[in-house]
Design a protein around this ligand. Sequence first.
Ligand code: GLN
Ligand code: ZN
Length: 773
Amino acid sequence: MPENNPATPFPAASLLGYPRIGRRRELKRAVEAYWAGKIDADALDAAAKDIQLSIARRLQDLGLTEAAAVPGTFSYYDQVLDATAHLGAVPARFGNLLDAEGQLDIDGYFTLARGTKDQQPLEMTKWFDTNYHYLVPEIGPATTFALASNRIVAEFEFALANGIETRPYIVGPVTYLLLSKASDDAPAGFAPLSRLEDILPVYTQLLEKLAAAGASWIQLDEPALVVDHDTPAAEIEAAVARSYEVLSGAARRPQILVSTPYGALDGQLGTLAATAIDALHIDAFKGAVPSAAALAALGDKTLVAGVVDGHNIWRNDLAASAAKLDELKAAAGRVTVSTSTSTQHVPHDVTEEGQLSDDLRSWLAFADQKAVEVKALASYLADPASARAAIDEASAAIAGRAAAAGVRREEVRTRTGSLTDADFSRSEYAVREAAQEKALHLPPLPTTTIGSFPQTSEIRSARARNNKGELTNAQYEQLMKDEIKRVVELQEELGYDVLVHGEPERNDMVQYFAENLDGFDVTVHGWVQSYGSRCTRPSILWGDVTRSAPITVKWAEYAQSLTGKPMKGMLTGPVTILAWSFVRDDQPLGETANQVGLALRDEIADLEAAGIKIIQVDEPALRELLPLRKAEQAAYLKWSVESFRLATAGAADATQIHTHLCYSEFGVIIDAIDGLDADVTSIEAARSRMEVVHDLESHGFGRGVGPGVYDIHSPRVPGEAEVTELLATAVKHVPSRQLWVNPDCGLKTRGYAETEESLRNLVKATKTIRAGL
Ligand code: GLN
Ligand code: ZN
């Protein structure tokens, strides 16, 4: 029997994780200041400690006072990168980033995240079905593992020294390896999971250090167990069993909580129940309540019931959650209350959003409100009567929401209710292609960009001053027009074939539309981490959606008036608007998506009437909303594709519809992408070094396609030779008449100097390839 720290019970009320970017994005500011050389490592460390301590104190104030109730989920950049750092799993291509003591310091850590002049950063991909992105570990047969960071231990010690015992967090071994990709030097067929035995000793060592520091609990996060994998389930089961056999056998360790957010654990519940872990968290919001037999198998393990949604912002139906808890309690041993997922996906505090109506605010729960809900439900478990008032208040708010004005609009319902098949399809592609060729006269391999140009500090400050009333609307519009003119002139000078207006007037590609459509509200402080220091401020889609006036038309019309080249109209698609907003949970997503689709369809008709010949409808989030379980995917893909087609199918044959996706691991969605029936599809490909063209080729993708040749996620400028090489690969696999040349994504986060140089290299490389056709 290993020597454990005193058996502190798992806290009755806890959060699975908490936002770490700071209530006022303090971490973003500190990290970016550090990158810019404006503050040193000590100042960065001090800023991080401030955030950690204020989180811990805040959660204690909200009632999470038990030991280990406060999650140690702080991260400088990303929790998967944190695991990589602790495991010392630095890919060989970065050279030796470890110091003389074998530690990865903060600069080495950021190098993996941001790359160098010669090395691409680790690839980034979305974290389960969220809008958060993690850095993909690269594991090969030769990867060496050794505890190379003390950060998790140091953070625990720091909080403890300030009187708060937190619950350290790390991505668990099975999830870590299942989320890894084989490094470039690995032989074909190599599976990172085959390195399990080599990473377990490092986890064990970390557990021993945490125990020595006084931690009574550690949270090992295993969300990969709630999704389907290509790896056979039996192999995953064996890996789970082996991992927790080894970890629970550590000479000295904290008690182990395994958390499984983002869906139902299903079969793996039994696997975990059979191990010697001390507590198991299940997502009991999204996942169904497991069977009594499955729960009974947990024996004396604590069941941490994630009944409060960590991923959306609606107030919890406490009565429904209480009923679920009763059910769980009847079948399991000790039950405690938590969130379904980390609350890193929601903003901090709804009470800060004073501009929202009292009604709307009463329907919402951000991270702090969720802590209070969890606490109320824990008190329900201890003594049902003690939670009566909280439960009744929640029920009243939910009933008020259902009856509130704007939640249902009959004119919207009538329109979505009378759609026919014809509303979802355009003419044959061949017919459209001919009509578009006649209308556009584009050269082979047309060059274009994805939409946004750098959002300079002048643009941001103009918007801020306009919001504060320091600039009139007319003054603001003039400044935006000046910017559009500059961007158009630059593209003409660079020699681009299809121009964009640069999107200066948009604060965000979703929020901009949310602000201009009915049925949405926006927050002021509701920032949520998207990746690294990047945050988004999702809008709140609470009611039926309508468009009361054209949104983008005057900007597109102005931009087109400045040039003889085609100007792309630029819209955000229905799925992406849903994915990057907090969406109402009171009707099927497909219904909401069609409402947005109809609003966009009207906008497209107005753009065409204003003389715009090419219209791009961005759907970067199409894959993001894909359900994690294969059985649910077909239904999702059906409604999501339909909403895009509903938005675009009213366009004339001669109008060229583009779409843009930010990633290239298509997998199961390649049929759906094809099903969008866009005339041109631009995708990420530079970061993944053109791997995607093989998929396009084997799929027989028949319409226009622009695999990105400029990775816009870092300031690095792609050289002309590098772009030429990527394009040369592309023309080998995609017929040149289908091929477009463009960056991976929009340029809004880039600076002008690097953008200009990069865009110039794209044109030069295109000329070289065209000459060889
Ligand atoms: N049109 C958008 C832009 O260029 C697309 C951004 C995105 O796909 N994330 O900014
Ligand atoms: Zn993109």
